[in-house]
Design a protein around this ligand. Sequence first.
Ligand code: KG4
Ligand code: ZN
Length: 333
Amino acid sequence: MIVLGIETSCDETAVALLRGGREVLANLVYSQTDLHARYGGVMPEAASRDHLRKLPSLLDEALATAGVRWSAIELVGVTSGPGLVGPLLVGMAHAAGIAVALNVPLLGVNHLAAHLFAHKLSEPGVPPPFLGLIVSGGHTLLAAVPRWGEYKVVGGTRDDAAGEALDKFGRLLGLGYPAGLKIDALAREGDPTAVPFPRPMIESGLDMSFAGLKTAAVYWRRDHPATPVPNLCASYLEAVVDVLTEKAIRAARRLSLPRIIVVGGVAANQRLREILPERAGEWGLAVHFPPPELCTDNAAIVAACAHHRFTELGVPGSLALTPDPNLPLDGWI
Ligand code: KG4
Ligand code: ZN
């Protein structure tokens, strides 16, 4: 079965073609970051218009890359939430139009569940149960996944997402937007013990808070303007990584889950990739990071999730989809 996946929930326009639930024939991502860089964050109205502009040509390009005709598509999967309502609507309207024109089923996909499918695409031989750590610019949450299609959110941030905390810190230092990758690189030249940033809420529970960390950075900069930027980056990143690591391990142990799967843009972070497996290993927990191109927003994961819902769970297609900016992962099938 060939599945077309479309993702437009935030600032990436993405189209993918997937065969048999796991063979990625094309996975194209057009990032709008240059468009939003001047605002220091995503501007929803500009994002909607840019998705509308880019999607038709990206669809053609994906078909050409995959060497597939429109008529070969048997199922269309599209992100229906959570995300920005305008951008979601653009992707969903396109997807519905294609499904009608081809007379194939249309399935809405939860963006957070789709992120977890990066693991199914990269390591199909390592099935659930696992603990999913979804950590991106828009989301930071912990989800127990006993089997594909069953998700229980057990913790997450109460305010900023971890990627958002890095991006805000990057803005403070004038590193541009998004700043995660630059902080990652600068941190490698700095001392992670140089600045004693707090580890908010690390002592207990599975919830997190990153907003205070940014405030601590503002005050530190004011009071210690001579602190070298690499030391600041290394120390700030260490605080974020410490919190994510501690919470993920605590959740996996508490729920007796044997492995932790890390997805989302922040999963590309080098320090997290070092520290989490090392500390989780001490508790006998395995950690898996899908390749970065599947961790960040893309449509192959949307197609994989739609394929699973349709073929394994028997969820029927529907043209009556509405975008849900706050679509929860908990209980979503
Ligand atoms: O998943 P993603 O591409 O988009 C969503 O937010 O949904 O994640 C983007 C986030 C941004 O906050 C960015 O700063 C962060 O991921 N990021 C990183 C790295 N690469 C991207 N954070 C830390 N280290 C990285 N190497
Ligand atoms: Zn995402």
